[in-house]
Design a protein around this ligand. Structure first.
Ligand code: DGL
Length: 264
């Protein structure tokens, strides 16, 4: 692997752009590749076997592009596929992500933590293990959020439909006394401005994008693979509508970018 090889970042859709942004801020010399599997959204309602197959396809694509590292910028794909991918590519730096239970348990003062995530993440054995490990002294209220990802994918982050759906998902957390809410899906950080209007200001929101970027930096540093020169512009692929992603990219990524079709 060479230092100036790109890093592959993957999500079921546009959610991973929230992670891509953190990576670009922390590692401005890195060239970034991004695959959005928008043609198969939402992963939250798919079987782990299906998600593993899609994740492996994307991993192979990034290998063919010469990527020096692979970031699964998706909680749902991580719980389904990360163990298999680590076995398949033992020498490839690979970063997955999981809901930030440990920092949330440390942050709560009420002792009640809420988790917004996909059905797939919340039902996984990996998430159960995370609770067993880090949430022994707090009460955790989990809230699956079907439909939310599809609305975020439209790129309209302030629609009445989105507000209404979100309201229904945060209400049970607030009535249970949560003072800390984990955004356990990479799509949800895009809801922060809306959540700031809908939640009391004392509520702490926790997501993991910045921690993932730090972990990536650590892994690359250990292997002396951190890029030093000028990066290539970020490149994007989608298995969904290329024009749609191109149109909403400036809203979600703050820049425009070349978007190509990710076949199959
Ligand atoms: N962005 C993904 C995550 O972090 C899930 C989106 C989906 O359901 O496809 O879990």
């Amino acid at each position: 692997m060479v230092k100036d090889a790109p890093i592959g970042v993957f999500d079921s859709g546009v959610g991973g752009l929230s992670v891509l942004d953190e990576i670009q801020q922390l590692l401005p010399h890195e060239s970034l590749l991004y695959v959005a599997d928008c043609g198969h959204i939402p992963y939250g309602e798919k079987t782990p076997a299906f998600i593993r197959e899609r994740s492996r396809l994307v991993a192979e694509f990034f290998r063919a592009q010469g990527a020096k590292a692979f970031v699964i910028a998706c909680n749902t794909a991580t719980v389904a596929a990360v163990a298999d991918l680590r076995q398949d590519y033992p020498d490839w730096p690979l970063v997955g992500m999981e809901p930030a239970v440990k920092p949330a348990a440390a942050a709560t003062r009420s002792g009640v933590v809420g988790v917004l995530a996909t059905t797939g993440t919340l039902q996984s054995a990996k998430f159960a293990a995370l609770l067993d490990r880090f949430a022994t002294d707090v009460r955790v209220i989990t809230q699956p959020c079907p439909g939310l990802v599809e609305l975020i994918e439209t790129g309209d982050l302030d629609s009445p439909a989105l507000r209404q759906l979100l309201q229904g998902y945060i209400e049970p957390l607030l009535s249970a006394g949560c003072d800390t809410i984990i955004l356990g899906c990479t799509h949800y950080p895009f809801l922060k401005p809306l959540l700031a209007q809908m939640l009391p200001p004392s509520i702490i929101l926790i997501d993991t994008g910045a921690a993932v970027a730090r972990q990536l930096k650590r892994l690359l540093g250990e292997r002396e693979l951190l890029a030093l020169g000028d990066p290539e512009p970020a490149q994007f692929w989608t298995s969904g509508d290329v024009y749609h992603l191109r149109n909403i990219l400036p809203t979600l990524w703050k820049h425009s970018g070349v978007v190509r079709s990710f076949g199959s």
